[in-house]
Design a binder for this molecule. Sequence first.
Ligand code: DLL
Length: 432
Amino acid sequence: MGILKPEIECASRNYLKALQSERLIKMVKNAYENVPFYKQKLDEMGIFPDDIQSIDDITKLPFTVKTDLRDNYPFGLFAVPQSELVRIHASSGTTGKQTVVGYTQKDIDVWSECAGRAIVATGGNKDDLVHISYGYGLFTGGLGLHYGAEYIGATALPVSTGNTARQLQLFQDFGSTVLCCTPSYALYLGEAIRDAGISLDSIKLRAGIFGAEPWTEEMRAKIETLLGIEAYDIYGLSEIAGPGVSFDCEAHNGMHVNEDYFYPEVIDPETLEPVPDGTVGELVFTCIGKEALPLIRYRTRDLCSITHEKCSCGRTIVRMSKPMGRSDDMLIIRGVNVFPSQIEHVLLECGMEPNYMITVDRINNLDTLMVEVEVSQELFADTIKQLESEKKRLEAAMQNTLNVHAHIKFVEYGTLPRSEGKAKRVIDKRKI
Ligand code: DLL
């Protein structure tokens, strides 16, 4: 498969380290001189830009968290005046003010290149018609992949989300080759193709670039079958750039971090100390190649591990494992930590449909966990006795993996809400 920038993506570790050191020194200076928040923080800690001589000095620097962005809403952490910005994006999150991010022209170029690397890693080139069904707007998904597609000279098709019938029509009429959207929407599009009786031979899709939410390997297999494509993961967050912070290659064995621009660390979220390769912890990024928003050691809340081992695809840049969830998505049920992705894993492993809804409640001071899952038409037609035994099998599998009891409730196919963007799969009534 293709590699857009082999001189970086396959560079020696020494070369990368030298580049990162040079860029870190420059960015810390920029942050110190142009962002009063960082000047104050570093002054308080008695650290000065000159103390940073190489990338290894990064651990001397303070962390940045989401509330720092919110406290300095909207433009307080920007290192350039608004006249230097060419774009603003924002992410809504579930609570509080929007998190606002800005880009200079150079930042947009960097981000487009990173998204371009992700498309090229799927075998993408100028002959591709990149069908973008991520949302366009303040969300970074749509425009991120759009600029990535144009960067490599492919044809961008800015369909955005929604109007599923039109999406299918365009697949057939325009011959889209690469689909970009959330994995939950990809699944929905796949189901829609199947339900409409459209033959996979009549569409030209060959690859999909899916991200913006956690998804399991089982979900990947399901989407690949429904759409007749190879599915690639893509990771990113608006604070750091958007989609393309890291991306999947043909090995599908972790996502390659564009570490020449976004330097990753994994820390223990309790002690805040870096953990060794292979150990799961919280992912932290430093934007060593950005001008407008030079975030230092930004705590993503995403939980994963990293490895510096060379990949079979030839790339040497660090790989991160699929984020299993965010520390703030983790449910604590009767004291046991449960991630929605574990529930998805069990359901798909047991042959169920990946359409489910998790409801957590507290009844008589006891937490309860209910998983509604859609069943296929065939299963729904089964006798009550058969359904009951299927339910028992699932509940046992859940207990095994989660170590807590999950009550399974079967619902008819097509009755749970479908998502065009990030799927909402958890209702926690305990907070209400
Ligand atoms: O979701 C950017 C994006 C757009 C990424 C399109 C990929 C594709 P935010 O809205 O700021 O940005 O949300 C970022 O989404 O911290 C993760 O928790 C989660 N996330 C993003 N990609 C993945 C992925 C965009 N591939 C937050 N796997 C991140 C798991 C993901 N979680």
